[in-house]
Design a protein around this ligand. Structure first.
Ligand code: ATP
Length: 298
């Protein structure tokens, strides 16, 4: 018996799963300025470059040579359409071709010890900004402790924070963000892990306008977060973070270099950004450090 002819249409890579199908997009500088002028990031300086090694490395370097400039208006933003040496935590590589990659250098009159929870605050600001842009994204985007964004367990965005000491009691926080606009099948194959993209959760995703709107919303959210964080730290944000926790009340494992450190039920986070882990020995507070969280089934 011969198989019936295959009449299914040839598969065409869709925008939602192929970075190569993503039309060239650009940040609309005028629209971005309008968005920032209407919000708390109004004084922030933004530069956009075609290509660089790493926007975090660029700003870290710039902060070292610039010295300390007090005040929210001295925050600097660097966006790159292409990064040739993007990095995640612990030097892991970040592939940015399917998304928006940028860094923010913000001055914080804080000691390093007071930075506890900052990376969670940044993740929350990013998730809330996506919801500002499109309310439909709110319930789709979850937070994975300490600072990943994900959709249905697949990584949507990564965050890397580095700090540059400025003077006693003051530092620059250099915050790098990589946000996938599309879910890229080729990159998934190369990385060997499932990824997510904004487009898959957003009907009518428009690459001509959306990156600018997202960037404006994220910068305004980060500027608002900065003011709260300086005054009160992460504590006022802990309940909002826990409400978006993708693993809330689920069994999880904590790993360091592939070695199991602890396992239990994820019970949200405390006011310092520590993960609350309910274990057989009671509730443990886990500081982020170099710990990675995985679902118990992973
Ligand atoms: P952790 O759970 O400890 O945060 P992680 O593997 O997610 O672990 P990160 O440092 O947050 O580590 O991010 C770097 C990792 O992200 C890389 O090792 C790579 O697997 C993955 N990655 C790189 N580029 C992308 C991307 N565009 N989208 C999603 N994931 C990516």
């Amino acid at each position: 018996m011969t198989a019936p002819p295959d009449r299914s249409p040839p598969s065409i890579p869709s925008l939602a799963d192929d970075a190569a199908a993503l039309p060239a997009w650009h940040i609309d500088a005028a629209a971005l300025r309008t968005a920032l002028d209407a919000g708390p990031a109004r004084g922030w300086t933004v530069e956009v470059v075609e290509e660089t090694g790493s926007t975090n490395a660029d700003l870290t370097q710039a902060c070292r040579s610039a010295g300390w400039v007090e005040g929210e208006d001295s925050a600097r933003v660097r966006v790159a359409y292409r990064q040739t040496a993007g990095r995640g935590r612990q030097g892991r590589p970040w592939q940015g071709q399917a998304g928006l990659t940028f860094s923010v250098a913000m001055p914080l009159a804080l000691t390093p010890a007071r930075l506890s929870g900052l990376s969670l605050a940044v993740g929350l600001a990013l998730a809330e900004a996506l919801e500002d842009v499109a309310p439909v994204l709110g319930p789709r985007v979850g937070l994975k402790w300490p600072n990943d964004l994900q959709i249905d367990g697949r990584k949507l965005a990564g965050i890397l924070i580095e700090s540059v000491p400025a003077r006693p009691g003051a530092l620059w926080a250099v915050i790098g963000i990589g946000l996938n606009l599309v879910r890229d099948a080729r990159m998934e194959a190369a990385l060997g892990r499932p990824l997510a993209g904004v487009a898959e959760a957003l009907p009518g995703f428009n690459p001509a306008h959306l990156p600018t709107r997202i960037l404006g919303a994220v910068l305004n959210r980060l500027a608002a977060m900065r003011a709260v964080f300086l005054a009160e730290g992460f504590a006022p944000m802990a309940a909002r973070w826990s409400a978006r926790d993708a693993f809330r009340d689920e069994p999880v494992r904590l790993l360091h270099d592939g070695t199991l450190l602890a396992e239990g039920l994820a019970r949200g986070v405390d006011g310092d950004g520590h993960l609350l882990l309910e274990t057989a020995d009671g509730l443990q507070r886990i500081a982020s450090g170099e710990v990675s969280l995985r679902g118990a089934a992973a």
